[in-house]
Design a protein around this ligand. Structure first.
Ligand code: THU
Length: 130
């Protein structure tokens, strides 16, 4: 059973990575040129995606993770079990402080995985990050 559970978890994470990569083309980052996409898994097994959406007033910029989580909650999700962050860079990017707080709100023990275009990854839990 443990093997089946870990295969399921691996497949779910691969799906989140694929969905985040697929969403990156929608990132709106004309000011920083730093594109970010996120995919989150809810308690029902549904995937929700988000990208960063910048604004000329930098304070109003929306991060990818927060957009993915807000989309999930808007569609009726109650909790999040995994968050994947994808950047088309050589090194992975961990969530910013504000996103960590929002992840914690809905994903008390979530796995947070940052991936990029190299093999480098950062895998942690929100408990570790906060
Ligand atoms: N960004 C995210 O989308 N998520 C993070 O966790 C870090 C930062 C975005 C915000 C901004 O559009 C760009 O990356 C540069 O900071």
């Amino acid at each position: 059973m443990a093997i089946i559970a870990s295969i399921r978890q691996y497949t779910a994470m691969q799906n989140l990575i694929a969905q985040a990569k697929g969403a990156i083309r929608h990132s709106y980052a004309p000011y920083s040129q730093f594109r970010v996409a996120a995919a989150v898994l809810d308690e029902a097994g549904n995937v929700h995606i988000g990208v960063n959406v910048e604004n000329v007033s930098y304070a109003m910029t929306q991060c990818a993770e927060r957009n993915a989580i807000c989309s999930a909650i808007t569609k009726g999700a109650k909790s999040i079990s995994a968050v994947v962050i994808y950047t088309p860079t050589e090194t992975p990017t961990p969530p910013c402080g504000a996103c960590r707080q929002v992840i914690r709100e809905f994903a008390s023990h979530a796995t947070v995985l940052s991936v990029c275009d190299s093999q480098k990854r950062i895998e942690s839990t929100i408990d570790d990050l906060l």
